[in-house]
Design a protein around this ligand. Structure first.
Ligand code: ZN
Length: 86
């Protein structure tokens, strides 16, 4: 689905991850230094949570995630494009 993100939406989402990681400075769960490339922001209506990716993975595997949660994953949004060999 990531291929269908328009460049503008991608830029906005990347900046949101940078902002969230910059605000948090540390992961609220494990205390690791926040890095936007290893950061996950989950939003449901007005509630927003920012966590490092490993804490998010541990949390997300434990519970059922409703479809109304919007998740921005820095590992996906800051992933480098893979070169396709022709
Ligand atoms: Zn963490």
């Amino acid at each position: 689905m990531d291929e269908f993100f328009s460049p503008m939406v991608r830029t906005v989402n990347r900046n949101l991850l940078k902002y969230s990681a910059g605000q948090a400075i540390f992961c609220p769960k494990c205390g690791q230094v926040a890095d936007c490339k290893n950061w996950v922001v989950a939003t449901q209506s007005e509630h927003t949570v920012g966590l490092c990716a490993s804490c998010w993975d541990a949390k997300a595997s434990l519970r059922y995630l409703p479809a109304s949660i919007e998740v921005l994953d820095g590992r996906v949004l800051f992933a480098r494009a893979k070169r396709v060999k022709k």
